[in-house]
Ligand binder design. Structure first.
Ligand SMILES: *Cc1c(COP(=O)(O)O)cnc(C)c1O
Length: 428
């Protein structure tokens, strides 16, 4: 009975046993994720009730979208769910990068300084910052914003002494933080890192704005960066807060006065948040947000299980299986090109969509090395759904994230491992 689901996919008994034993060792870790989900679920549910969400709030709008009560109520529900003063949640944000860029362009003016306080930001943000020569056109640097990067220390942690000096010397208008480590092999920002940065900034200049990239971080803890005194943050709806149901979009949440600026940048300064329609139902945004605390907990369980399994097989992982998690990404150093390719191909075999496809390494725009990606998601590129990817370079690290249900993530992990074993690339 225990292994009958594994037989459906012809999983080797050793792999089924390995995963079962690994799961057995994670009980207290899973209980912690469960407690976090309870608090977040309660907070989201309370927000729905407090804003009297009802059937009419699911209805679509067209054209300019004047007086779109569905849109405006969703803003309020999200703000309360994320413990922020105000929020903008919109299908018109094409991606997380678009929402983050909107936030930065809204806050910065020519001549201002932006300090990226925890190292070089996520790849897709580099074109928003622009390079030293102001390329590409329309980037922040092209528009006359000074951009300074404060590197992490050798251990991949924030260097607060160096940060303090830079803040005092450069007096940036905006301090950018990125909560998730993205695809780097070090810790993500914790509550204490974020609080400490905000305190430091406030002490040096009370008007300094801390603006945070919250992608992959929502609902991984019982609080959000805006509660930990970040002024404003932004993220993607095809990650955590969309709960796997939101078909597209992004959000910005934080101080009401700053959200007003973002609204003017999002549409135009004269129209702000008053316009923007959605001709399909708003249901997936509401329902996705409602499910998000649970779905994030499922993803965290899948990530911890993957970590524990690979640790038992002797691989280096980040974060460790029992570690605190501030995002949903699990990285594993697979050490061999063929193993990375086999794992990603196996991960694709365990997806609900395009399971028959075989991903191959390809030259992805913006990356120096080839990249392989397993993505068999219902929402194109949706990475709150089970997915795995990695650049084809040493030490051949795979990044695993998402899983709408723990059951699926567990099966997909076993299918992927089984495929690596079939290729003779896994020593059990
Ligand atoms: C996903 C992500 C983004 C935004 O990426 P999009 O693909 O544009 O949604 C930004 N920062 C981090 C850390 C991310 O994980």
């Amino acid at each position: 009975m225990e292994h009958s689901f594994a037989e459906i996919f012809n999983i080797r008994p050793e792999i089924a046993e390995l995963v079962r034993d690994a799961q057995g060792g994670l009980q207290s870790v899973f209980e912690r994720f469960g407690r976090i989900a309870m608090v977040n679920q309660a907070r989201v549910l309370k927000a729905f009730g407090d804003h009297r969400v009802s059937a009419m709030h699911m209805l679509p709008s067209t054209g300019y979208g004047y007086n779109d009560i569905s849109r405006d109520t969703l803003d309020k529900v999200l703000a309360q769910s994320l413990q922020a003063e105000d929020a903008l949640i919109r299908p018109q944000f094409a991606s997380g990068t678009h929402a983050i860029a909107t936030m930065l362009y809204a806050l910065l003016r020519p001549g201002d300084t932006l300090l990226c306080a925890n190292g070089t930001p996520y790849d897709t943000l580099l074109g928003v910052l622009g390079d030293e020569s102001g390329h590409p056109p329309g980037s922040l640097r092209d528009m006359g914003v000074r951009v300074i990067i404060q590197p992490l220390d050798d251990a991949g942690c924030m260097d607060f002494q160096a940060l303090e000096k830079t803040l005092e010397k450069e007096r940036p208008k905006v301090v950018h933080l990125q909560r998730s480590r993205g695809y780097a092999f070090h810790d993500s920002l914790s509550e204490s890192d974020i609080r400490r940065t905000c305190q430091l900034a406030r002490r040096i200049a009370p008007e300094m704005i801390v603006a945070l990239d919250n992608c992959y971080g929502e609902f991984t803890q019982t609080g959000e960066p805006t509660l930990w005194s970040a002024d404003i943050m932004a993220g993607s709806l095809i990650k955590n807060p969309g709960g796997g149901l939101a078909p597209t979009g992004g959000y910005i949440a934080g101080r009401a006065d700053l959200i007003e600026l973002c609204a003017g940048r999002m549409t135009t300064p004269s129209t702000g948040r008053e316009i923007g329609s959605y001709a399909a139902m708003y249901t997936p945004f509401y329902q996705g947000l409602f499910l998000a605390p649970h779905v994030v907990a499922q993803s965290l369980k899948v990530a911890a299980l993957a970590a524990e399994v690979f640790e038992r097989l002797g691989y280096e992982t980040c974060p460790k299986s029992n570690a605190r998690r501030d995002d949903i990404v699990q990285s594993v150093k697979l050490g061999q090109k063929e193993r990375l390719i086999a794992f990603c191909q196996g991960a694709q075999m365990g997806a609900p969509v395009d399971a028959h496809a075989r991903p191959e390494p390809w030259d992805m725009p913006g990356y120096d090395d080839q990249v392989i990606m397993a993505a068999g998601a219902f929402i194109q590129g949706g990475s709150i759904e089970w997915s795995a990817d990695g650049p084809i370079r040493e030490p051949y690290t795979v990044h695993i994230q998402g899983g709408l249900t723990f059951e699926h993530g567990k099966i997909a992990l076993m299918v992927a491992l089984n495929h690596v074993a079939e290729k003779g690339l896994l020593t059990l």
